[in-house]
Design a protein around this ligand. Structure first.
Ligand SMILES: Cc1cc2nc3c(=O)[nH]c(=O)nc-3n(C[C@H](O)[C@H](O)[C@H](O)COP(=O)(O)OP(=O)(O)OC[C@H]3O[C@@H](n4cnc5c(N)ncnc54)[C@H](O)[C@@H]3O)c2cc1C
Ligand SMILES: *[C@@H]1O[C@H](CO)[C@@H](O)[C@H](O)[C@H]1NC(C)=O
Ligand SMILES: *[C@@H]1O[C@H](CO)[C@@H](O)[C@H](O)[C@H]1NC(C)=O
Ligand SMILES: *[C@@H]1O[C@H](CO)[C@@H](O)[C@H](O)[C@H]1NC(C)=O
Ligand SMILES: *[C@@H]1O[C@H](CO)[C@@H](O)[C@H](O)[C@H]1NC(C)=O
Ligand SMILES: *[C@@H]1O[C@H](CO)[C@@H](O)[C@H](O)[C@H]1NC(C)=O
Ligand SMILES: *[C@@H]1O[C@H](CO)[C@@H](O)[C@H](O)[C@H]1NC(C)=O
Ligand SMILES: *[C@@H]1O[C@H](CO)[C@@H](O)[C@H](O)[C@H]1NC(C)=O
Ligand SMILES: *[C@@H]1O[C@H](CO)[C@@H](O)[C@H](O)[C@H]1NC(C)=O
Ligand SMILES: *[C@@H]1O[C@H](CO)[C@@H](O)[C@H](O)[C@H]1NC(C)=O
Ligand SMILES: *[C@@H]1O[C@H](CO)[C@@H](O)[C@H](O)[C@H]1NC(C)=O
Ligand SMILES: *[C@@H]1O[C@H](CO)[C@@H](O)[C@H](O)[C@H]1NC(C)=O
Length: 702
């Protein structure tokens, strides 16, 4: 990631920060609020030595999908659910997590709430070895991410269903567009922007495309820099029309995205606050934190040839004694695109050559585990500006002077978005580009798959075929974003959405506390380089379009020295990083395409283990991944509850009344005003965290 705008910890800055923290504490708004972890504890978080021996369902990973799923499954009071989360509760970091703009100004990246998985040095990134952040805390990545809420397009979801139709001709019953859309809507309550925010940002929306009674908030910030209003008209001037409604299956063109922000008090709305904190006490739901799942334990007998998981093993750290809990119904892996394949491999489920050389006994051979790894990669151009940016206000410490004051200001997160198709990128060469990609299918299959396994190779081919087919569609193949949070500059970010490069992750030891080897093989396919290069040129052109151009006064990066294709390629290799969207490592695909789960999310060869997280999407979407992960979790809960004859009260769409909490409705939230102590505000090692954030802070937070 480019680290352009690191701040220095000058005494003046420290003073400003301390003043800000103090002002926050002493003011009535809940910017830094008293901890309510006693509530959380009274509710569902239990100590590791107080667990029951046995649960119906054990959810592995209390992240984005895991907490949503646990919340829905435990709506059935006759079902016991345990969530095992490797990270802490997050209580000590709530002052950071809850404030949306802290994703930029006081990020949890590189803190103890971040796994910070190292990625192998990438030849196409100048041999840089980047790090993948992932949330390691209740809420998972939804607790540390950029809050963009963007849905995939129907065309993409249809392509996913087509990929699995060979195995299950009824796949659309679970993952058809209407079903998936219903899941995404069920997760959220939409709140329209205020008239002033709507006008300032030039925001278009259709409330009917959103949910109205779900636990998460989908809304807009309480402060909007005026430059955001220039976004959609400038893209329109470049031939990318504004979308009147990007949430009902046509996610292309430009728009101002919704963000998962609670507009009652301008706090982050994420899986913990939405799906767990809002619940009344549920005796049948328990959550244990600081507990890393080390493996699943299988019984010796099989059910129609499939192994049954009987227990889940976990430990607080590498050297601690391992504990187990027994499972009567199912293990639900929700440990994320890295964690879930990692745990399967340590449980003996995966490619046998990999497991054997790591010293793990093979329980069930499954070549696709850890394969088909795909990610969005991203970089940004930066410009001097005469416009007011959020980063500038923050740096000046004048947050309190914006309309709505500091807490409204600190709800601003970037959300100006565009999905740009190949006509906009390649112009008259679009057809030639597509036919080049299309004719490279066989040679790519022969040379670019990081596995010798025939099924994995066939899966690469099938996914490639989908991506090349979708080039010739209105779908965006790159995403363009406006960032106004990185100081006194404007950044235009670009991100590849549907890569032709695929990587893998492997274990290379029998110790589950060692991280896996992660190799996304970024830009191993030259089409990905071409797409990024044209996207970078497009971003430069966009900066020259009015009305945006009237407030940009010069490109600071990469700058005028970068002109030729070779210049762009060099610059891209030096600057690109992750857009934080790894997926597909436990892909829902037929077995003969290197699949890991079937259309009911069940791991092949196992009778009672499902994966429910970003690892199951077989293709990448032109969208950020959080909204589809919530839709997946909602739909998974429907599927699981249907199997155990306990369907949710009303299963289909957002008019469902099964939202877990009455408090999820956007009525004025009760605000805890008193009782804050200075020491509580410093539960989080505030200064050291700030120092870290200063070193690592980047505007590239999605
Ligand atoms: C910095 C950042 C910014 C992002 N910005 C956006 C954005 O703005 N919009 C968007 O849509 N998406 C964004 N994303 C992506 C999005 O947040 C993720 O794709 C999504 O949250 C993944 O959900 P998940 O349930 O698959 O995994 P996670 O939410 O990561 O949950 C996995 C959970 O499993 C736990 N776990 C892992 N291994 C174990 C183990 N062995 N034992 C026990 N627990 C374990 C983890 O600690 C974690 O809590 C961002 C991601 C990051 C990291
Ligand atoms: C789990 O079940 C086994 C028998 O299948 C039993 O021996 C063991 O004690 C149980 N473990 C716990 C923690 O209850
Ligand atoms: C509760 O679950 C048990 C076992 O899972 C089942 O036998 C019983 O019928 C269920 N009761 C209700 C009211 O659903
Ligand atoms: C969990 O681990 C963190 C350190 O990562 C520690 O600060 C915290 O006290 C632990 N919580 C519990 C309940 O043990
Ligand atoms: C399975 O069999 C092995 C030996 O074959 C034994 O050690 C183990 O305890 C058995 N496990 C269960 C759950 O019965
Ligand atoms: C395993 O279970 C699936 C259904 O989930 C079934 O189709 C399959 O035949 C079973 N047996 C084997 C050996 O996979
Ligand atoms: C397609 O390939 C041809 C031959 O290699 C090349 O000349 C042309 O530039 C390519 N077109 C695009 C748009 O990449
Ligand atoms: C590619 O996908 C199309 C449908 O989109 C299908 O007709 C064709 O057979 C596929 N080709 C390959 C090689 O898989
Ligand atoms: C890309 O979008 C433009 C503008 O809507 C449209 O004219 C063009 O046909 C689209 N390209 C493709 C391949 O669909
Ligand atoms: C951008 O602004 C800085 C600081 O004012 C200045 O030094 C620099 O020359 C400007 N760059 C361009 C390309 O305008
Ligand atoms: C949701 O359900 C209601 C009532 O059954 C129906 O009127 C509405 O059309 C449904 N909406 C969607 C998107 O399916
Ligand atoms: C924000 O409001 C919600 C209700 O919408 C409430 O549950 C939550 O505790 C509030 N958060 C803070 C930090 O006050």
């Amino acid at each position: 990631m480019p680290l352009r705008h690191s701040f220095t910890t000058s005494p003046t800055r420290l003073f400003l920060l301390l003043s800000l923290a103090y002002a926050a504490l002493s003011s009535p708004h809940p910017l830094i609020h008293p901890r309510n972890h006693h509530l959380l504890q009274r509710r569902n978080v239990v100590a590791a030595d107080q667990l029951q021996d046995t649960y119906d369902f054990v959810v592995v990973g209390g992240g984005t999908a895991g907490l949503a799923l646990a919340s829905r499954l435990s709506e059935d009071a006759n079902t016991t659910v345990l969530v095992i989360e490797a990270g802490d509760t997050g209580d000590a970091a709530l002052g950071t997590i809850d404030v949306p703009a802290n994703a930029y100004y006081q990020s949890l990246l590189s803190s103890s709430s971040d796994w910070a998985y190292p990625v192998l040095a990438q030849p196409n990134l100048n041999n840089r070895a980047i790090v993948w952040p992932r949330g390691k805390v209740l809420g998972g990545s939804s607790a540390i991410n950029g809050m963009y809420s963007v849905r995939p397009s129907q065309i993409e979801v249809d392509a996913w269903v087509d990929l699995v139709a060979q195995e299950d001709s009824n796949a659309a019953n679970n993952w058809g567009w209407n079903e998936f859309l219903a899941g995404m809507k069920k997760s959220e309550t939409f709140v329209a922007p205020s008239t002033s925010i709507e006008q300032t940002g030039n925001i278009e929306f259709d409330a009917a495309s959103h949910g109205s009674s779900g636990p998460l908030f989908a809304s807009y910030p309480g402060y909007m820099p005026s430059l955001v209003g220039n976004w959609t008209p400038s893209l329109a001037a470049l031939g990318v029309p504004e979308s009147p409604d990007a949430y009902s299956g046509q996610t292309w063109g430009s728009f101002i995205a919704t963000s998962n922000i609670n507009p009652n008090n301008w706090t982050r709305s994420y899986s913990r606050s939405a799906y767990i904190d809002s619940l009344p006490y549920r005796a049948n739901l328990e959550i244990v934190t600081n507990s890393t799942v080390t493996r699943l334990i299988f019984g010796n007998s099989t059910t129609s040839g499939n192994l049954t998981a009987t227990a889940v093993e976990f430990a607080t750290d590498r050297t601690a004694t391992r504990s187990t809990v027994n499972v009567t119904k199912e293990v639900l892996l929700a440990a994320g695109a890295i964690g879930s394949p990692h745990i399967l491999m340590h449980s003996g489920v995966g490619p046998s050559d990999v497991l054997k050389s790591a010293g793990v006994a093979v329980v069930s051979e499954l070549p696709g585990v850890g394969q088909h790894l795909q990610d969005h990669v991203s970089t940004e151009l930066t410009f001097n500006t005469t416009a007011e940016t959020a980063g500038e206000i923050h740096a000046a410490g004048t947050e309190g002077s914006v309309p709505g004051g500091t807490s409204a200001f600190l709800s601003f997160v970037n959300s100006a978005t565009a999905y740009v198709n190949i006509t906009a990128l390649f112009g008259t060469s679009a057809e030639s580009f597509q036919s080049n990609v299309s004719s490279a299918l066989d040679s790519s299959v022969a040379t670019l798959v990081p596995s010798q396994d025939a099924s994995v190779i066939a899966g690469y081919k099938a996914i490639y075929n989908v991506s090349q087919t979708l080039l010739n569609s209105p779908l965006g193949h790159v995403e363009i974003l406006l960032s106004l949070t990185a100081g006194d500059i404007v950044a235009i970010q670009l991100a590849l959405q549907r890569p032709f490069s695929q990587g893998y992750l492997y274990i290379n030891s029998d110790d589950p506390f060692n991280y896996p080897l992660i190799d996304p093989r970024y830009l191993s396919h030259s089409a990905d380089k071409s797409l990024l290069r044209e996207a970078a040129k497009f971003a430069r052109q966009l900066a020259q379009m009015a009305p945006l151009s009237t407030q940009l006064t010069g490109e600071t990066a990469p700058g005028s020295a970068v002109q030729s294709d070779a210049d762009w390629d060099n610059w891209i290799a030096q600057t690109i990083g992750t857009e934080f969207h790894p997926s597909s490592t436990c892909a829902m695909l037929p077995l003969n395409l290197g699949g890991v789960v079937d259309t009911n999310l069940k791991v092949y060869g196992l009778s009672n283990v499902r994966v429910v997280d970003a690892s199951i999407f077989p293709i990448q979407f032109a969208a950020h991944l959080m909204a589809p992960v919530y839709g997946l979790a909602e739909q998974a809960a429907n599927i699981i509850r249907a199997q155990y004859n306990n369907p949710p009260p009303s299963s289909s769409n957002s008019s469902s009344s099964s939202a877990p909490a009455s408090s999820a409705s956007p009525s004025a939230g009760s605000q805890h005003k008193s009782g804050a102590s200075i020491s509580a505000a410093f539960d989080m090692p505030f200064m050291s965290l700030f120092t870290l954030a200063a070193l690592l802070c980047s505007s590239l937070i999605f």
